[in-house]
Design a binder for this molecule. Structure first.
Ligand SMILES: [Zn+2]
Length: 308
């Protein structure tokens, strides 16, 4: 039986950027509700996300940046770090839990206590650069998790697959030129953060898609470009920046994926992980702002991970 760990924490609900902000605590509520409604909760191994240790963050972010995030944390109200990225009193704890979740997920999978893991966390991470918070992100959760696999567990090749509708510019900035990491990304272009069409290093496999792209074209690109690169790289573990904002129902962007496409791409990734990495997958929630569509897509994604 496949064991899929599900890692989250109540602290992740306490990060609140204001009542009209799309990256809202209700996102996690929608996932919980849908997990229960689908009966999937009975099959998962639940864990509370620990706080990331400073030495885990320091593998990605400079000390001065980590200190700056701590020092900007407000006791009351909201402090903006960029026009759409703000800290409330609960943000720092939530951000530390989100980065810690990926490290715990990596430990569980590397120790063989789970075959794979999904982290239902917020704030997301893939726009956060080494020393810059942006795009709703503070610490780059997936980068912290991938470095944990490389440094703490001694892996020599990990892949990061990013199917969020936005380009993972932070992950790219952190890993461009690091031959131990292959990053495969798909994103709408031109669109926020308005970069990524040029691969800055040979370990980046960026595939921009025009607005209006639907599932069949997405699958073609994954089959033609991602999968051969991943198989050539032979990753010992795969990390997924699992954003669900490319969903047809998500108004933030204009791609047309549906639940079946997320299930399909998860199946493909799982197959590669099975060939080269003992099936090891750690998936971290990134975007996804149409609550129902995002939660249904998360369930479709986890069902494949859990072989259900
Ligand atoms: Zn996104």
């Amino acid at each position: 039986m496949t064991i899929t760990a599900f890692i989250t924490h109540r602290d992740c609900w306490q990060h609140d950027m204001g009542s009209h902000h799309p990256e809202c605590p209700d996102r996690l509520g929608a996932i919980n509700d849908r997990l229960i409604a689908s009966g999937l909760d009975l099959y998962l191994q639940f864990h509370d996300a620990p706080l990331a240790h400073e030495d885990q963050l320091l593998r990605v972010h400079p000390r001065g940046y980590i200190e700056r995030i701590h020092s900007r944390s407000p006791a009351h109200g909201i402090v903006h770090l960029d026009p759409d990225t703000a800290m409330s009193p609960g943000t720092l704890q939530a951000a530390l839990r989100s980065a810690g979740a990926g490290c715990l997920a990596t430990d569980l999978v590397m120790r063989g206590e789970a075959h794979n893991a999904f982290c239902a966390i917020r704030p997301p991470g893939h726009h956060a650069e080494r020393a810059k918070a942006m795009g709703f992100c503070f610490f780059n959760n997936i980068a912290v998790a991938a470095r944990h696999a490389l440094e703490a567990w001694g892996l020599s090749r990990v892949a990061i697959v990013d199917f969020d509708v936005h380009h993972g510019n932070g992950t790219e900035e952190i890993f461009a030129g690091d031959p131990r990491v292959l990053m495969a990304g798909i994103f709408q272009h031109p669109f926020y953060p308005y970069c990524g069409t040029e691969n800055p290093a040979p370990n980046m496999c960026n595939v921009p898609l025009p607005a209006g792209t639907r599932g069949d074209e997405f699958r073609q690109v994954v089959s033609d470009i991602w999968l051969p690169r991943l198989r050539e790289f032979q990753p010992e573990m795969i990390f997924i920046s699992a954003g669900f904002d490319a969903h047809y129902e998500d108004d933030m962007a204009s791609l047309g994926l549906v639940e079946a496409d997320y299930a399909w791409v998860t199946t493909q990734i799982k197959q590669v992980a099975g060939e080269f990495g003992k099936g090891r997958i750690v998936s971290l929630l990134e975007g996804g702002y149409a609550l129902s569509a995002m939660a249904r897509s998360v369930v479709a994604h986890i069902k494949v991970l859990a072989d259900l």
